[in-house]
Write a protein that binds this ligand. Structure first.
Ligand code: BGC
Length: 774
């Protein structure tokens, strides 16, 4: 696997400029702060290939769906995260030549992402066709402290000439989405205006009318000294700029600092927006670039203290895990329950910035382990708030009695996907949403969510499953037809084991939740019964009948669960026997061929075994893993992490490590040849899980933290902090010893390889361990 970026523990570094890699680098070097983010486009003009992307959380466009033949139940629109006004613009002209890295000769190029401080920088020397040379250094960040603020520092040194430099700073709202169904422009102009040395634009999205105001101002320095220049303002539709011109002689350095405020109608009334945008800018200017940067950097350092994972002895693995953690923290902060985690975060348009089951199945454990529990709870709240739409969604498909079917892809609770023919039967997402409630309560012990919304969600979901199965007179069991499991390489199958299993689990868990509410909080129980019109005796009896009589396809001979009833009829070939030239099959094969093949895109049966591992004995886990992994092409980013965790559990050290590298360096090393489209943000949480749950063997059982460590031979040691029920626990796993320290909080009992230890605050336990046997 190629390693294009330099391996470094805290930084991502690109040395040398390769224009063919630029779009991938734009993804890799993306920065964000939960409320906005952008790809790493250049500030200066660039005529080469670039995927422009500036995104503002929650601001989207319902693009009319494109389908061949419309059918009932299809979603009306495909939601799109919007490419928003681009505030990066810092154009440089020397004499009459424009700085453009696609035209100039570039040397000593370095692009660097300092993950510890969330700072993106570049330096390079560019030679213009005339032979004049400049040395450029740039730096930018989107503040984590004030998440409506972005700052740029851009400096140009004349290396071998005396001439005039013209610097034009701008905001440009003449932007389009690459992925637009009808090639439309999604923004209308509200106004552009100049106020002294500040310039603003206001724009509104078509259809939904989100409003965004962006403003900027710049200060200038020459040879390190503040330098007053009178800018010339330009104002056109959806564009504002300031230009300054000054003499630049050999060895002189010109620097511009650009402050940008970005506010949206997600947080302000239309009447407040202008004012807020202006105020932010003034406040930023008063603080100045250095203070803003240092506050931002300190905030990131503090964040790292709680979520860093240290791996010693393997710099590539270290860099990768930090990259994953960094990107997750850039994408979601938990400050707003209306926001969620798009599979590409702020790094690309693919997946439309919408919410998938990825959040519940993969991201929640990361936020639970590294953040205050309220962050994960916000994600649960998001689904609770969308319950009425999930009920409507199910009604549209013919379900009754307030059954809820959550969308596979959503912005506001409504289903909104272009590739509907693949995802509409992926009803398993309903299972993950219920599982996340269980996961949250199991981890935090905070059962209050059950009476503060959770049970309503669970009842809606259970009702859906109860209606989605049907009785087979032939089998004398319940069956579920016409589904697509997590493996999207098989559509419209009957009795997908994973879906059947999680469906029954949901019904059982919903019944258990109702009982818990009844036991703990009678008033809430009464309100729940009224609100959901629950016919407890009848409904729970029916759910139980289904669960007691559900059909699960399996092969006794192979001791495996069958991905779906017909799976063994497929021609059985192993991935190892595929010609490498034919991979990835989703880029080389026809869809028809993929659907008929036995190849599995991502964990399906194994996803179920991962969620419910304590329901099965090790022999069963092993035989299923041994059967399915060799047939899995891991062409979903969500696949390797689950396999890494299961492999670690089963003591398959090499497989666990191979899968770990694949999940953690998926984008850095571009395993699936698609980094240019954006990063795989949601699977990054899976990377974290593969270290903590995989190699650390961490689980929460009956309210206690358990560890069963395994350390890859490539690592000398690894360590991490875990937030657990009001405590911060530090775990260090060496070759032979595990140290658990309670950094803060009440005394804790932890279980390591089945032995219990009690640790007090500021104290630690040192425990010998040996890796699990094969
Ligand atoms: C996967 C889905 C996932 C989606 C978004 C697809 O490729 O198969 O499971 O939800 O990507 O990450």
């Amino acid at each position: 696997m190629k390693q294009y970026y330099k391996v470094d523990e805290w930084n991502i570094i690109e040395e040398g400029f390769d224009s063919s890699m630029h779009e991938s680098s734009e993804s890799i070097f993306s920065i964000g702060n939960g409320k906005m983010g952008q790809r790493a486009m250049f500030e200066e003009y660039y005529s080469g290939k670039s995927l422009e992307g500036t995104y503002i959380a929650g601001v989207y466009y319902p693009d009319k769906t494109r389908v061949g033949w419309w059918k009932n139940g299809y979603p009306e629109y495909f939601a799109k995260v919007l490419n928003s006004p681009n505030w990066l613009g810092v154009e440089i002209q020397i004499g009459n030549e424009r700085l453009d890295l696609n035209v100039c000769k570039v040397r000593n190029f370095e692009r660097k992402l300092d993950m510890q401080h969330a700072l993106l920088s570049r330096k390079f020397i560019a030679a213009f066709p005339s032979g004049k040379e400049v040395e450029v250094t740039t730096e930018r960040f989107v503040s984590r402290v004030d998440d409506e603020l972005g700052c740029i520092r851009y400096s140009v040194k004349a290396l071998n000439f005396n001439d005039t430099i013209i610097c034009t700073t701008s905001i440009n709202a003449n932007v389009k989405n690459k992925d637009a169904n009808y090639d439309e422009v999604f923004w209308d102009s509200i106004e552009e205006y100049i106020q002294g040395e500040k310039a603003f634009i206001g724009v509104r999205t078509k259809k939904l009318g989100f409003e965004v105001y962006e403003g900027f101002t710049s200060t200038y320095k020459k040879n390190g000294e503040l330098f007053k220049l009178v800018p010339t303002a330009t104002k056109k539709e959806k564009f504002v700029s300031f230009s300054v011109a000054t003499a630049l002689n050999e060895n002189e350095i010109f620097e511009v600092q650009k402050y940008v405020s970005v506010v949206s109608s997600m947080y302000y009334s239309d009447a407040q927006l202008k004012h807020a945008c202006n105020e932010k800018l003034d406040a930023a200017l008063t603080k100045g670039y250095n203070q803003l940067l240092s506050e931002h950097a300190v905030d990131w350092e503090q964040l790292w203290e709680q979520c860093d994972v240290r791996i010693s002895g393997d710099a590539a693995a270290q860099q990768a895990i930090r990259f994953n953690i960094f990107q997750l923290n850039q994408t979601y902060t938990g400050r707003d329950h209306r926001l969620n985690i798009g599979p590409k975060g702020f790094t690309g348009e693919k997946y439309g910035g919408s919410t998938y089951w990825d959040t519940e199945a993969y991201c929640i454990p990361f936020y639970l382990g590294t953040n205050h529990q309220k962050v994960a709870r916000q994600l649960l709240q998001y689904r609770y708030n969308q319950l009425p739409k999930a009920i409507e969604n199910a009604e549209k498909l013919g379900f009754k009695n307030s059954a809820a079917l959550y969308p596979m892809v959503t912005m506001n609770g409504e289903e909104c996907h272009n590739e509907w023919e693949i995802t509409f039967e992926e009803i398993h997402r309903n299972g993950a949403i219920a599982y996340a409630i269980y996961n949250y309560i199991n981890y935090t012990g905070d059962a209050s969510y059950l009476w503060e919304g959770g049970s309503e969600v669970l009842i809606g979901i259970a009702r859906f499953w109860a209606q989605r199965v049907h009785w087979s007179n032939h089998k004398k069991q319940y069956v579920m037809h016409g589904v697509t499991g997590p493996n999207e390489y098989e559509n419209n199958v009957n009795n997908n084991w994973y879906t059947n299993y999680i469906a029954c689990w949901c019904m059982q868990y919903a019944a258990q939740a109702i009982n818990e509410v009844k036991e703990h909080y009678e008033k809430a129980y009464e309100a729940l019964v009224v609100k959901t019109k629950l016919n407890e005796a009848e409904e729970l009896k029916h759910w139980k009948h289904i669960c007691d009589n559900m059909f699960y396809p399996q092969s006794d001979e192979l001791n495996i669960f069958l991905q779906q009833e017909g799976y063994l009829d497929k021609e059985q070939i192993l991935v190892a026997d595929l010609d490498p030239k034919e991979r990835p099959i989703n880029q080389k094969w026809s869809w028809d061929r993929i659907l008929r093949s036995c190849f599995i895109k991502q964990a399906d049966v194994l996803q179920g075994l991962y969620f419910f591992e304590d329901h099965f004995d090790t022999h069963t886990l092993k035989s299923n893993f041994d059967y399915y992994e060799p047939r899995t092409v891991h062409e979903s980013s969500l696949s390797p992490c689950v396999h890494s965790i299961l492999a670690a559990k089963l003591g398959y050290e090499e497989k666990a490590y191979e899968m770990y590298l694949r999940t953690s360096r998926l984008d850095l090393d571009d395993y699936n040849h698609e980094a240019h489209e954006g990063l795989h943000i949601t699977s990054m949480a899976g990377t974290w899980m593969s270290v903590i749950q995989g190699f650390g063997g961490m689980r929460v059982v009956n309210g206690k933290l358990h560890f069963a460590p395994m350390i890859p031979k490539q690592w000398a040691s690894f360590s991490f902090n875990i937030r657990f029920r009001g405590r911060v626990v530090h775990v260090l796993i060496g070759k032979h010893e595990l140290t658990i320290e309670l950094l803060s909080g009440d005394k804790i009992e932890v279980v390591v390889n089945n032995t219990s230890y009690t640790i007090s605050e500021k104290d630690s336990a040192h425990i010998l361990h040996h890796s699990k046997p094969n």
